[in-house]
Design a binder for this molecule. Structure first.
Ligand SMILES: [Zn+2]
Length: 201
C-alpha cells in the first residue's frame, strides 16, 4: 500500500477505532505491568515503524491533532513512541530514541497534551520533565535558548496554563519502578478517549 493511501486510510478511519490504546501504541513494550498489551514487534500500530514511516506519522498528526493519537503509555523514553527524536548518546555510541515533544500552547490539543504530561509528572517519581524550553521565558528571550525552564506549579491547574508560546520537553523516567501504568491508564481515559474494549461482542 502506498504511503499516501496509508495516511488517507488512517485519517478516515481512526475515529471509528474503539481500541485507541492499541491503535496508538508502538509495540515492543517492555514496561512491566503496562496496560498497552503490545509486547510484540508487530503489535501496536501508528508508532510502530514497521507499519508507518516517520513522515507518514507526522502527516497524520498534523491532520488529526496530537491529542487524538498520543501514546500516553509510552510517554517516557523507555519504549520509543510518539515520534521522539533519534540522537547519538556520546557515552555509549548508540542511537536512542527520546520521546521529546514540542507543544504550541496556542492550539488547544497541544496545550492539553502538555498539561496531561505535567499531570503525569505529578504522580511518577523522579525528575520527569527534563530539558524544558519555553519560547516566552524571559531568560530564553534575553540570553538565548536555555533548556532548564521550570514549569510553574500553578500550571497544575489547567486554566492557569498560558495560551501563548511553545513548550519543548522530554518526559523521562529513570527506572521502570517509577513508571505507574495505572496513572497512565487513568490519564488515557481522562484525556485521550481511551476506554475498555470488550473482545468478541
Ligand atoms: Zn506498553
Amino acid at each position: 500500500m502506498g504511503r499516501y493511501v496509508r495516511v488517507q486510510a488512517f485519517t478516515m478511519l481512526y475515529s471509528r477505532v474503539a481500541d485507541r490504546k492499541k491503535m496508538t501504541s508502538a509495540g515492543n513494550c517492555t514496561i512491566p505491568g503496562c496496560f498497552c498489551e503490545c509486547p510484540g514487534p508487530t503489535d501496536g500500530f501508528l508508532y510502530n515503524l514497521y507499519y508507518f514511516e516517520r513522515a507518514d506519522v507526522k502527516e497524520i498528526i498534523s491532520r488529526v491533532g496530537i491529542l487524538n493519537v498520543f501514546d500516553i503509555y509510552h510517554a517516557c523514553q523507555n519504549v520509543p513512541s510518539n515520534l521522539g527524536q533519534e540522537f547519538n548518546h556520546p557515552s555509549y555510541g548508540l542511537t536512542f530514541i527520546q520521546n521529546r515533544g514540542n507543544y504550541n500552547l496556542t492550539y488547544p490539543d497541544e496545550r492539553r497534551t502538555m498539561f496531561m504530561l505535567i499531570s503525569l509528572a505529578k504522580y511518577e517519581d523522579g525528575e520527569n520533565l527534563v530539558d524544558v524550553t519555553y519560547s516566552e521565558s524571559k531568560l530564553d528571550r534575553g540570553l538565548g535558548r536555555t533548556n532548564d525552564y521550570l514549569i510553574p506549579a500553578t500550571w497544575l491547574e489547567e486554566s492557569e496554563v498560558p495560551r501563548i508560546g511553545t513548550i519543548g520537553l522530554t518526559y523521562s523516567v529513570d527506572i521502570f519502578a517509577n513508571i505507574l501504568p495505572r496513572a497512565r491508564k487513568d490519564l488515557g481515559f481522562e484525556f485521550l478517549t481511551h476506554k475498555e474494549c470488550i473482545a468478541d461482542v
